[in-house]
Design a protein around this ligand. Structure first.
Ligand SMILES: Nc1ncnc2c1ncn2[C@@H]1O[C@H](COP(=O)(O)OP(=O)(O)O)[C@@H](O)[C@H]1O
Ligand SMILES: [Mg+2]
Length: 219
């Protein structure tokens, strides 16, 4: 399965999600290709940190691609892997469109603030256009860096939930130091010691919501 993290806003948590998905798949014994399709290279930098932290045992194969090559190179390699995770940048780029042209699943995190949520329509248009060339594409949204309390999450959840193009997963990841710390150590959220149970429970709930029978069949 090919999974792409995207959106058209920086800082929503695309790379955080992508690194955790790649590591989580790999921890289940799956062969994972992790593609950094963002010219900023955050996923690549993470993988270097992870290689240093694990003595080279990252658990996945990491590559960097941009522009149309995101499509051609991933198509060439995808058959050799169980899963491909593609991390894209926070703009509507050729790289993100190339990823959308081949991905099965598109996952867009939303930081629950107006400026971020106002990009929803544009993300919907992007997904709709790419579904014309890639009819198997399924798109999902969720709230990341949620406030631990307050009504903002609910308002944003209602807005995201109204989309008919992008399925809203009501399994937010709260703003937690553990998510940010894991990235800086080159680790997945489950690898942190001590574990932050709230953070791992949230990630598992998101993962289960995505790969439940309801959301994605045949996985
Ligand atoms: N749930 C979270 N809790 C705390 N910090 C987070 C969370 N998700 C992301 N971050 C932090 O927010 C920043 C942006 O996340 P990142 O994954 O790089 O976003 P993007 O790839 O969409 O630009 C990073 O510093 C990251 O560590
Ligand atoms: Mg990123």
């Amino acid at each position: 399965m090919i999974i792409t993290t995207g959106g058209i806003k920086g800082g929503s948590g695309k790379t955080t999600l992508a690194t955790n998905l790649a590591i989580y798949f790999s921890a289940q014994g799956r062969d994972v290709l992790f593609v950094d399709a963002d010219d900023q290279g955050s996923a690549h930098a993470f993988s270097l940190q992870r290689a240093a932290a694990t003595g080279g045992q990252t658990g996945y194969t990491a590559i960097r691609q941009s522009d149309k090559e995101v499509r051609s190179e991933v198509l060439k390699l995808a058959g050799k892997f169980d899963d491909v995770v593609i991390d894209t940048g926070g703009r509507d780029t050729t790289s993100q469109r190339a990823a959308l042209s081949i991905t099965d699943v598109y996952l867009a995190p939303f930081y629950p603030r107006s400026l971020d949520v106002w990009t929803l329509e544009k993300v919907e248009s992007l997904v709709s256009e790419m579904q014309l060339v890639n009819p198997k594409l399924r798109a999902f949204s969720f709230i990341n860096r949620a406030d631990s309390q307050g009504g903002d999450n609910k308002d944003v959840a209602d807005l995201l939930g109204e989309s008919s193009v992008i399925t809203y997963l009501d399994t937010p990841l709260v703003q937690r130091k553990a998510f940010a710390n894991a990235i800086s150590y080159g680790l997945g959220i489950f690898e942190m010691k001590p574990r932050d149970k709230k953070a791992t429970d949230e990630f598992k709930a998101l993962y289960d919501a995505l790969f439940s029978d309801l959301a994605i069949k045949a996985y």
